[in-house]
Design a protein around this ligand. Structure first.
Ligand code: PSV
Ligand code: MN
Length: 392
């Protein structure tokens, strides 16, 4: 049985160095097409979103970056936003472009049959690259809603050609220290054929673009039953796993807290990450969350999510890889599976609490956050203005 009492200094160091990036939109109101519920104290602008994200970092110690979504996070002065973030102990992470909320994109963005619309979509990315320069961000993240609802609606191959052309223009505009990270999704908003439905399509485009183009794996973007850790292993093999958009799902792209629906899947994913030594800070894998907290408190939801990733990571680090390798070579199926299950079934919460205390943090981040009174304070302070929302 695995236990946490004899955890190696290496494991402790890896856990201390792990970082998880938070999405600015997780702190805004979100909902379903049925209802967006308002929550007192929700941020009214990107500065307040960053202040909330900084709380998550303050209590977990491992969430030092915030992804922005443009234009949801449009501000007049990005230098000021970056300074604000720095003052609160965080930095600006990936810049997400938005190709899904403009009427012009009804028939697609970078794949649109009309060159004017394609040029507009490229231009939006040039603006995002300017935001990257002002904020020090190094990842330009693209997700395309593009696709077809009906067979025959447009030419599948021509759309891939237009996409390749647009991506190449965007890639050429990046600075040397920038990466383009490209997300895929099997359905929604298009229902017949998405233009980047899977990791293979994303990877093909990344390979054509160049070394600084990488695939983003959003855990909610696969058909039920897909073996996601297999995709993780494949992308790591070819050095093209650029980032995760972590969340969890019961049905479709539910955007629930990572590790809530299927903690065992999250463990299996982290097992592949550990096996490929991809937890190293310089591995090139950005561990991001892409979640929406529709009914639960948002900051607390983010803290819980970060803790879920930490717990899965710790369990993956506890796998006895020597015993696993031996059992695999011997074809001892049940012992091999037993090694994994031993690690997965280990309670790592007290080890993580201990590590937090070593770093001068409270052992229980959620209790400490609740006791701080931050929620009540911002609810009293943030009156007037318009609460930010998914899509605003
Ligand atoms: C699309 O479903 C997606 O996963 C992309 O990452 C978007 O940017 C994000 O959701 C918005 O919530
Ligand atoms: Mn995503």
């Amino acid at each position: 049985m695995s236990s946490t009492s004899d955890v190696s200094p290496h494991v402790r160091t890896v856990l201390r160095e792990q970082t998880i990036e938070l999405p600015s939109w997780a702190f805004a109101n979100s909902g379903t097409r049925f209802k967006v519920f308002k929550t007192p104290g929700v941020p009214r602008d990107p500065f307040e979103k960053i202040a909330d994200a900084a709380q998550v970092n303050a209590y977990t110690g491992v969430a030092p970056r915030v992804s922005l979504h443009i234009p949801w996070d449009l501000v007049d002065d990005y230098d000021a936003l970056a300074v604000h973030a720095r003052d609160l102990g965080v930095a600006i992470g990936a810049i997400n472009s938005n190709l899904f909320q403009d009427d012009d994109y009804r028939m697609g963005s970078l794949t649109h049959p009309d060159p004017r619309v394609r040029a507009k979509a490229v231009k939006h990315h040039l603006e995002c690259i300017d935001v990257m320069r002002a904020t020090g961000s190094t990842d330009l993240k693209l997700w395309l809603p593009d696709g077809l609802n009906y067979p025959g609606q447009d030419d599948l191959r021509a759309r891939q050609d237009r996409l390749a052309e647009g991506l190449a223009e965007i890639y050429a505009a990046l600075d040397e220290n920038h990466r383009l990270i490209l997300e895929y999704k099997f359905f929604e908003p298009a229902f017949y054929a998405m233009d980047i439905p899977d990791w293979g399509t994303s990877l093909l485009h990344c390979l054509a673009l160049g070394e600084r183009a990488m695939v983003v794996l959003d855990t909610g973007h696969h058909a039920p039953g897909t073996n996601i850790e297999f995709i993780v292993a494949q992308l790591l093999r070819v050095g093209r796993l650029g980032a995760f958009d972590f969340n969890s799902r019961f049905y479709a792209d539910d955007d629930l807290m990572v590790g809530a629906a299927d903690p065992f899947q999250l463990f299996r994913i982290m097992h592949e990450i550990v096996g490929a030594d991809a937890l190293r800070p310089d591995s090139g894998v950005n561990f991001m969350l892409d979640q929406c907290h529709n009914i639960e408190p948002k900051i607390r939801g983010q803290i819980r999510s970060v803790m879920n990733v930490q717990e899965a990571t710790t369990k993956a680090l506890l796998v006895d890889r020597t015993a696993l390798g031996r059992a695999q070579v011997e074809g001892d199926v049940l012992s091999a599976n037993g090694v994994l299950m031993d690690a997965y079934n280990t309670d790592v919460r007290s080890l993580l609490a201990e590590l937090r205390e070593e770093q001068g943090l409270a052992p229980d981040p959620i209790a400490a956050f609740l006791a701080s009174g931050y929620t009540e304070r911002v609810a009293a302070e943030r009156v007037g203005g318009t609460q930010a929302g998914w899509g605003a």
